[in-house]
Design a protein around this ligand. Sequence first.
Ligand code: HEC
Length: 153
Amino acid sequence: MKKTILLTTLTLTLATSLFAQPNMQTGDGAKENFPKDSKGKELFKQKCVACHILGKPIEMSKLVAPPLNGIMRHLKMNYSDKDKAVAFIKDYAINPSPSKAICMPKKIKHFGLMPSQKGAVTPKELEKIATWMFDNYPKKGFHGMGHGHGMNR
Ligand code: HEC
């Protein structure tokens, strides 16, 4: 009986130290082990979602910018390489310009050019946001505006 308790305590201690480790690295070196998913999403929600919605638009007329699904679909058609796509997003968010845009010219005409997010988001935050965008969008089943079904996330 005593042995079991000891073992349990030992296992718990071990588990705690294992789980605690990633949290201890909060500096620059943590990039590799970073839980990209949650942090990137969180940052996107803080910095980008006000304009770029995550789901399917209920009313097109209420949109102020292309939804994330649409952006990533076009982006991946132009940059299938993750590094290039991430670099593009990082650059575009700070220095948007019609000559760089991969979205249809119609989009810029309709929404206006994206305002630079310089000052609102750091390059490091953008890295996480862009990585998360690439890894998670477009959502499966998205085939362009008006054709998607049930992408409410
Ligand atoms: C104030 C509204 C606004 C915010 C905030 C905003 N965007 Fe945009 N974004 C736009 C608009 C409008 C467009 C479409 C016109 C264009 O492409 O410039 C766009 C387009 C884009 C595009 C596609 C560019 C292309 O090739 O046409 C990317 C990528 C993008 N945004 C990323 C981001 C990221 C990342 C953030 C958050 C850091 C962000 N945006 C925040 C308004 C916004």
